[in-house]
Design a protein. Structure first.
Length: 110
């Protein structure tokens, strides 16, 4: 399994190197009011990939934090409801015990 991971990583690195060497032409970039000339295309590709990865990571992290917050809130509500159910269960058992003791009395005087 380890060898397969190393092989896949090596193939990806070689593919990236091949992609970068094939795209070394200089390009001009206009970004808002800024203008850049003579930037290698592979640098533009790498920067676009890095920015996309960061945006995706940020979105995923924010979703994870939101879901964890929701889980904490649901757990608090579950504990509150569980304690209420336990209290009602104890009250019902106490009520059943009271009815058993009063129903079980035998009147010997009659």
């Amino acid at each position: 399994m380890r060898e397969l991971k190393i092989f896949v990583i090596l193939v990806l690195v070689l593919a990236a190197v091949w992609l970068l060497t094939q795209n070394s032409a200089a390009v001009d970039i206009k970004l808002f009011s800024l203008s850049y000339t003579g930037i290698p295309l592979y640098l533009v590709i790498l920067l676009a990939f890095a920015v996309g990865a960061l945006v995706g990571f940020g979105y995923g992290a924010s979703q994870t934090l939101k879901l964890k917050s929701d889980i904490r809130a649901l757990n608090r509500e579950r504990l509150k409801l569980q304690s209420e159910v336990d209290q009602r269960r104890v009250a019902m058992l106490d009520r059943e015990d009271d009815t058993e003791t009063t129903d079980g009395d035998v009147n010997w005087d009659a």
